[in-house]
Design a protein around this ligand. Structure first.
Ligand code: GSH
Length: 214
């Protein structure tokens, strides 16, 4: 079995995507807590030694550093034979939603939630713009999940694990009570929580937390 180390910080939904996938595949990892709030990932030293893209998470697999959650999830799905697509048509769908999630849902939700909950001051106009984008993306997700139990059909795939990344944290951080505002999304999150081995973000991403202002 490969040996994994995960560079992460507890509030990172992108880190949670990988931690959750590893947990659901029965894999352990060594957590490497990163002081994201202090700006360490912006330093030349961190970028030279950990990730030139300046991003968390970084998964180290048998000493090899891997970044970008979408290709990492694809790789883990192949390695462990779990949460894969059944055929080429489904693979296209999984990729389509992974790209959408990275650019739209997770991309905006991550930045919106971070500014809203973990920054002492935030520009109200920036927050309002980001929220309007997140509102639209959640509507798209809700409509998709009204039609099917999981993102691309009857079974969970890595597209589901990617998209739950930022939606599994306590509701006060994002300000969205999804069970009330987006019932199909809320039910889907419930189905994900029932997967054997599921764990909540702050239970599998341990260590010092950032100050939460909301
Ligand atoms: N597409 C990337 C997104 C990673 C990402 O944006 N990570 C955040 C922390 S959760 C980050 O490091 N942001 C720093 C920045 O945007 O400069 C992935 O899937 O790994």
């Amino acid at each position: 079995m490969p040996e994994y180390k995960l560079h992460y910080f507890p509030e990172s939904g992108n880190s949670y995507k990988l931690a959750l996938m590893l947990a659901l595949c029965g894999q352990e990892f060594e957590p490497i807590w990163t002081d994201f709030g202090s700006g360490v990932t912006w330093t030349d030293e961190w970028r030279r030694t950990v990730n030139p893209m300046g991003e968390i998470p970084v998964l180290v697999e048998d000493g090899v550093r891997l970044t970008q959650t979408a290709p990492i999830l694809l790789r883990l799905a192949d390695q462990f034979g779990k949460f894969q697509s059944a055929d080429d048509a489904e693979k296209f769908e999984v990729l389509r939603w992974l790209f959408w999630d990275n650019q739209k849902l997770s991309g905006f939700m991550a930045a919106y939630r971070y500014r809203r909950a973990f920054m002492e001051e935030s520009d109200g106009r920036v927050l309002a713009f980001m929220k309007s984008r997140v509102d639209d993306f959640l509507k798209i997700l809700e409509n998709n999940l009204k039609e099917r139990p999981f993102i691309v059909g009857d079974r969970p795939t890595i597209a589901d694990l990617s998209m739950t990344g930022y939606l599994s944290f306590p509701p006060n951080e994002s300000g969205y009570d999804l069970d009330a505002s987006h019932p199909a999304v809320g039910s889907w999150l419930g189905r994900i929580r029932e997967l054997p081995g599921w764990a909540a973000p702050y239970d599998i991403l341990p260590g010092k937390r950032m100050r939460c202002y909301v």
